[in-house]
Write a protein that binds this ligand. Structure first.
Ligand code: PLP
Length: 418
């Protein structure tokens, strides 16, 4: 079959199905049905733009859910991948290669933590974090010191450990029983936090800013109380910065924006600029609880992903990328506030830098759907939040375009509702 697009993606003609029709039919037949995708076949990207199979351009406010922090086709990332692909892709963790040690050194130096473990994904970084916290807990307080405290409304991933910490029924339903020993507390509720943490707690696990949960920030006061309770009860304070970390808040680690240092931080999404890589970084006091053979991974920390991650971190420094996140993130916040002022359906703005959300009083999904026709990729979460996770290279003029379209769509919505 001729797969070259000669007609609009969703029309199809006498010459055969469009790329969208063809691919969605194939996936509908052969893929496990876990996603309701948007009607869009993405074919390539350049900077903050993506192009569909027909060449239509989209401004990207999603960056593959926080992954493509340097946008698409960054020349230094492309060059690094090409070069390393020809040299060495994979060796397994049985052997040394040139890039895992330097990447660990860099992340430890930048975070102030001591040791790294590399995984393939965010959820695995959480699994490793809680496994380490259990080991350290048992070492400090015996079998009973195994309990975990997590937050209602949180999201930590889809494997059983991470799912057991995820405080949203919609993700857990049908998969019970979960991991034992998890207590949930309300975000920013000091009373229920104090009631939940005790000497049997091995870890408090939280996202400093809820991502999937709808862009809700922990208050510095709440984070400081987590820190002091963890210290008092010899529990590990674990921050899940898989979505909010590595520059998205305007500092390399989100905890540096909040002034509270965790014992373990989990990172993933943007770390290898689009390749699968996750990691957790731990303080020595905890890291020393694990020995060879107790945890591992076949793919995690391979030469390709680690070298690209080193390049990603160098680009952040060389191109002063976080200055852009701070400046344009501030501008985005200001512009979203003007949307709230002008449109009754928009009631608040949350987040900072390039992790922000605008709270609507109407469903957000129709806004995202209508954005596609306007050439903008928006994202929605928790039904009524439009979430912004743009590439770090986004400029003011791109914000202006997105805001113009958002205002137009909200205007239409209001008219339709009236
Ligand atoms: C995406 C995400 C995860 C899970 O990462 P995966 O790579 O999808 O396994 C965990 N925690 C947070 C905060 C996330 O945003």
């Amino acid at each position: 079959m001729n797969t070259v697009a000669t007609s609009p993606a969703d029309s199809g003609t006498a010459s055969g199905p469009s790329p969208l029709e063809h691919i969605s039919a194939l996936e509908g037949k052969y893929l496990l049905h876990t996603y309701n995708r948007y009607p869009l076949v993405l074919a390539r990207g350049k900077g903050v733009f993506l192009f569909d199979a027909d060449g239509k351009r989209y401004l990207d406010f999603v960056s593959g859910l926080g992954v493509n922090a340097l946008g698409h086709g960054h020349p230094r990332i492309v060059k690094t991948i090409r070069d390393q692909a020809a040299k060495l892709l994979h060796v397994s963790n049985l052997y040394y290669h040139e890039y895992q040690g330097p990447l660990a050194e860099k992340l430890c130096t930048l975070s102030g933590l001591n040791r790294a473990f590399f995984s393939n994904s965010g959820t695995e970084a959480i699994e490793g974090s809680i496994k380490l916290a259990r080991l350290a807990g048992h070492r400090a307080g015996g079998e009973a010191k195994c309990r975990l405290v997590a937050l209602e409304g949180s999201y930590h991933g889809r494997t059983f450990g991470a799912l057991s910490l995820t405080g949203q029924d919609k993700h857990r339903k049908g998969f019970e029983p979960m991991l034992e020993g998890v207590t949930f507390v309300k975000q920013n509720d000091l009373e229920s936090l104090r009631a939940a943490v005790n000497d049997n707690t091995c870890a408090i696990v939280l996202e400093p800013i809820f991502g999937e949960g709808g862009i809700y920030e922990c208050t510095p006061e709440f984070l400081r109380e987590c820190r002091s309770l963890a210290d008092r009860h010899k529990a590990a304070l674990i921050f899940d910065e898989i979505q909010c970390g590595l520059g998205r808040t305007g500092t390399l680690f989100a905890f540096q924006s909040f002034g509270v240092t965790p014992d373990i931080v989990a990172i993933a999404k943007p770390i290898a600029a689009g390749l699968p890589l996750g990691a957790f970084l731990a303080k020595e006091e905890l890291a020393s609880a694990i020995s060879p053979g107790q945890h591992g991974t076949t793919f995690g920390g391979g030469p390709l992903a680690c070298r690209v991650a080193l390049e990603f971190l160098s680009i952040l420094e060389d191109e002063k990328v976080l200055d852009n996140v701070n400046r344009v993130g501030g501008y985005l916040h200001q512009q979203l506030e003007t949307v709230v002022e002008k449109h009754a359906a928009a009631i608040g703005v949350r987040g900072r830098g390039f992790i922000q959300g605008i709270q609507l009083e109407i469903p957000a999904r129709p806004i995202v759907d209508a954005g596609l026709a306007e050439g903008i990729l928006f994202n929605s979460t928790q039904d009524t939040v439009v979430r912004f996770l743009p590439p770090y290279l986004l400029q003011e003029k791109h914000v202006d375009k997105g805001i113009r379209v958002l205002k137009k769509l909200l205007g239409k919505k209001l008219k339709a509702a009236a």
